[in-house]
Design a protein around this ligand. Structure first.
Ligand code: CS2
Length: 442
């Protein structure tokens, strides 16, 4: 039996306490992968359980029909397994109403963005989904192409304005530095080219708050689905697995109504930057280092790599001595305690988080995770032994037999091949040119 609205849910599984069928969709979410389902959708489900109304989510996949095939036959329902050494907690989430595949039904996506009930359009499209050229500006050819979020937002906003509806909050939930401002700037560039008349309206009517999003969500496996079926008594093709920890820091700068996410654990703040910088440089920076160094040592999972005595000190140094000093902490933000918590989270043995999943898209991740920290220290005449070890491990990964899953895979492999790898990758005209100048060779 497949999970659906009529499925009897065991008493041990928490289920939505609100009338799902009575909720309007207030949110359109672009890029409905496992992360969104284990993070924002859970906060939104919590908010509706606590009494908020009409924050149903319409999920959008830009290209792939996989998530639509998982969730639509289940009336949008799916379970979240929270796993720790102490056991697993299973919960049913009702916030997602349906999933649209933009490539197949573009008009339905535009209509959802333009609907009067929609107030927030949020995004988890990964770093590469923002379609930035090497200099950070919008790659206009890609933005006019098939997997562009901009086309749908542009058309949806134009329809809202034509209908004299208010603007929207565009909420980037990806691991980019300054994600809100970056999205706003890129959207601007798109509108200048595609809808020049819309720019002033966009500026006054639409807001792009910054966010820091954090929850570790490994890709779901067949074994995970089988384990859920055993408890639920129904087949859930859309199930996701995650850790107990979850954090969401959001700049409180919305265009209109929003769920009261702050009542269910989110932090609404005036400045996200200290949290975002700490997360990118400490958590994600350590993650990427664990991925390349760990794979080089033959490990498969994060919890194995962090337990390796040859690796753990490198990661501790990276977080505590290299990343943390570069961060101007917010009042009450304790970076040493943050590092402790991250080490415990990485060590979670119940979460089988594959290093190869984190190794993906290195070219898109490394600048904000490693290079800003390296440049900060270089400007003070200091070296970073752990980040340099991480860079060396990345180059070894690019030269190895591992499949390189990265939009720049071919150029990366070619750049890493010769003796000039450092210069080709990180030099002034390198693929990942930044303010950091490599002082090491490979
Ligand atoms: C990871 C992140 O895959 C990766 O690159 O570093 O997905 C990480 O698990 C999340 O950002 C945690 O919030």
């Amino acid at each position: 039996m497949r999970l659906g609205s009529g499925t009897p849910i065991p008493a041990s599984v928490q289920a939505p306490a609100y009338d799902r069928a009575a909720q309007a969709a207030g949110i359109v979410h672009i890029g409905i992968g496992a992360f969104h389902r284990a993070h924002q959708a859970v906060y939104t489900d919590d908010a509706m359980n606590a009494g908020d109304r009409n924050w149903g989510i319409i999920g959008v996949s830009l290209r792939s029909g996989d998530v639509a095939a998982q969730l639509n036959p289940q009336d949008g329902l799916y379970t979240v397994s929270t796993r720790s050494a102490a056991g697993t907690d299973l919960r049913l989430i009702g916030a997602v109403q349906r999933v649209l595949v933009a490539a197949d039904e573009p008009q339905a996506v535009i209509a959802a963005i333009a609907a009067p009930t929609t107030h927030v359009v949020s995004f988890t499209v990964t770093e590469k989904g923002y379609l930035r050229a090497a200099d950070g500006s919008l790659d206009l050819a890609a933005a006019n192409g098939p997997s562009s979020l901009y086309r749908f937002i542009g058309a949806g906003l134009a329809a809202r304005r034509a209908a004299q509806l208010p603007g929207l909050t565009l909420l980037s939930c990806d691991n980019l530095a300054n994600n809100g401002a970056v999205l706003k700037g890129l959207m601007h560039q798109y509108l200048v080219a595609a809808y020049p008349d819309l720019n002033d309206w966009f500026d006054t009517e639409c807001y792009c708050p910054a966010t820091m999003i954090d929850r570790i969500v490994p890709a779901t496996t067949d074994a995970d689905r089988a384990a859920v079926e055993a408890v639920l008594g129904a087949r859930d093709e859309g199930t996701v697995v995650t850790e107990g920890f979850s954090q969401w820091v959001i700049e409180d700068d919305f265009a209109g109504p929003r769920p009261r996410w702050e009542n269910v654990g989110a932090q609404l703040v005036t400045d996200v930057a200290p949290y975002e910088t700490a997360k990118l440089r400490m958590l994600n920076g350590a993650h990427s280092a664990l991925a390349y160094i760990g794979l080089g040592h033959g490990h498969e999972f994060v919890h194995q790599a962090i337990a390796d005595p040859a690796i753990r000190p490198i990661i501790e140094t990276l977080m505590r001595n290299e990343a943390a000093p570069t961060i101007a902490a917010a009042p009450g933000q304790d970076l040493s305690a943050y590092a402790d918590a991250l080490l415990a989270r990485f060590g979670n043995p119940a979460l089988h988080h594959r290093l190869i999943q984190i190794a993906m898209d290195g070219s898109q991740k490394i600048p904000q995770r490693w290079l800003e920290t390296l440049a900060w220290h270089q400007a003070r005449g200091q070296r970073c032994s752990s980040l340099e070890a991480a860079i060396t491990a990345w180059i070894a990964f690019l030269r190895s037999d591992h499949r390189v899953d990265d939009p720049l895979a071919d150029q990366l492999r070619a750049s890493a091949a010769g003796t000039d790898a450092m210069e080709n990758l990180f030099g002034g005209r390198g693929l990942l040119a930044s303010e950091w100048r490599p002082e090491i060779s490979t």
